[in-house]
Design a protein around this ligand. Structure first.
Ligand code: ADP
Ligand code: ADP
Ligand code: MG
Length: 448
């Protein structure tokens, strides 16, 4: 490959450019009118304006983006995460145009993008899934009937949801009745499908996911796990690896299940098997993300592997530098913080111009930034300013480093969620590694 078009924006576009430079591959960026000054646009070898700020008129314009790739002679398209990355039709159009889509086959994207279908595929493959419905809730009556049988609380979910959107925790019949229609409408408008289903709600659970990789020659490897249980609105904001407080047996089991899940769809390229782990360390398949994950740097820090490089190699059918699971090692500990322009209390986005943006530097500190001083956070996109990733020999030293370095971050002009990170780092539950998906809410209420 000599030239790659990056169908994305912000930090992930810049991160992909970095690896392309290392591999001597030219990059083509696309950008909306709101993003012309962002670092990734400047760093790309060439950049093309695709339209006004709203994503429907810019970053989701599949044909327009593909046309640029064709006209500019791109060999491949990297979709990043979000936006078109899990759009099977876009992957198919790209393949049909003779351009490589850096990711799995479009058919695999389609089969995993629908959570109901994915659950059924996993059940067939013998992978444990969260107890739930095997087909969509046709209407409120069937949802209520299922929930009654399974027992409350339940999670009402959009089959095509993502980013924590389209999901409601219902503690009883009344809540389910109240949320059913509005969740359906919301899912229709966000994800183009109002299909909903019900899962049993797992209390005090941990979100533990496994990075997997399918090589060009059909092998599936795992690159260990990430604990992503510090979340707000069902979306991760802190991720770490290895997961604290996870027994060796449970860990080995999770890796086995993840590989089994990826094999069930003959997975190729980078992917993530997300699992929910209950208080007794039972792990259940939640979903598969058929793309690079936001928190992939955590895995890169502990393994020393450049996942984007592996993705690009695999898309060209070039073998990986490893040929056996044992050649993939892990070293030390890593943790990522997603710095958002948002109010740390209400979690509302805080758009505005970034007047100051200085980040700490040093060994074991990685900054994946999307914006720099003078850029504006606009209301059109996810307001993540940067990801800050720390690594060190042990969890304890890594957390110390993080606490120290986060104090040095200076961002002015917009509010950020850094104060929340400091609070998490100081809490006993986090220090001891005994935290779950509700911990952040509890900390906010003043519990420790
Ligand atoms: P990951 O699973 O990679 O950690 P997230 O769960 O944070 O990523 O988000 C999943 C995807 O959904 C991301 O690719 C992100 O860009 C996108 N996303 C994030 N927030 C929203 C949102 N509010 N609405 C729709 N999509 C979103
Ligand atoms: P998305 O596609 O939006 O990422 P996921 O199914 O991966 O949706 O779930 C996102 C988060 O929502 C999980 O990490 C977890 O915190 C919470 N969650 C999802 N399903 C359940 C469940 N059945 N029980 C408890 N929490 C859940
Ligand atoms: Mg998920």
């Amino acid at each position: 490959m000599k030239k790659i078009l990056i169908a994305n924006r912000g930090e992930i576009a810049l991160r992909i450019i970095r690896t392309c430079k290392k591999m001597n591959i030219e990059t083509i960026a696309v950008y909306s009118e709101a993003d012309s000054d962002l670092p990734y646009v400047k760093q790309a070898d060439s950049a093309f304006l695709i339209g006004p700020p709203p994503v429907a008129q810019s970053y989701l314009k599949a044909q327009e983006i593909l046309d640029i790739a064709i006209k500019e002679g791109a060999d491949a398209i990297h979709p990043g995460y979000g936006l078109l990355s899990e759009n099977a039709q876009f992957a198919k159009m790209t393949e049909d145009a003779g351009i490589r889509f850096i990711g799995p086959d479009s058919a695999v994207i389609a089969s995993m993008g629908d959570k109901i279908k994915a659950r059924n595929t996993m059940i067939q493959a013998g992978v444990p899934v969260v107890p739930g419905q095997e087909s969509k809730s046709a209407d409120l009556e069937s949802a209520l009937a299922f929930a009654q049988k399974a027992g409350y609380p339940v999670m009402l979910k959009a089959s095509n949801g993502g980013g924590g959107v389209g999901m409601v925790h219902c503690k009883d019949e009344q809540a389910l009745t109240q949320h059913f229609e509005s969740t359906k409408k919301r899912s229709e408008s966000y994800f183009g499908s109002g299909d909903l289903f019900i899962e049993k709600y797992i209390p005090n659970a941990r979100h533990i996911e496994v990075q997997i990789f399918g090589s060009a020659d059909g092998e599936i490897y795992h690159l260990f796990e990430r604990n992503c249980s510090i979340q707000r609105r069902n979306q991760k904001i802190i991720e770490e690896s290895p997961s604290p407080n996870l027994s060796d047996d449970a860990r080995a089991h999770i890796f086995k299940v993840a590989i089994q899940a990826a094999k069930a769809v003959n997975y190729k390229n980078a992917g993530t098997i997300e699992m929910i782990v209950d208080e007794n360390e039972n792990a259940y398949f939640l979903e598969m993300n058929t793309r690079l994950q936001v928190e992939h740097p955590v895995t890169e820090m502990i393994t020393g592997i450049d996942l984007v490089e592996w993705q690009i190699l695999t898309a060209q059918n070039i073998p990986l530098p490893v040929s056996d699971q044992h050649q993939i090692g892990e070293k030390g500990h890593a943790i990522e913080f997603r710095v958002y322009a948002e109010d740390p209390v209400t979690f509302y986005p805080s758009p505005g111009e970034i007047n100051t943006a200085t980040f700490p530097e040093g060994e074991g500190v990685r900054i994946d930034l999307g914006y720099e001083q003078g850029n504006k956070i606009t209301p059109y996109y996810d307001p993540m300013i940067a990801k800050i990733i720390f690594s060190d020999q042990t969890r304890e030293s890594c957390l110390k480093k993080a606490e120290h370095a986060l104090n040095e971050v200076q961002i002015e002009g917009v509010k950020t969620n850094i104060p929340l990170f400091q609070q998490v780092l100081k809490s006993e539950s986090f220090k001891q590694g005994k935290y779950h998906t509700q911990t952040l809410e509890q900390l906010k209420k003043g519990e420790n």
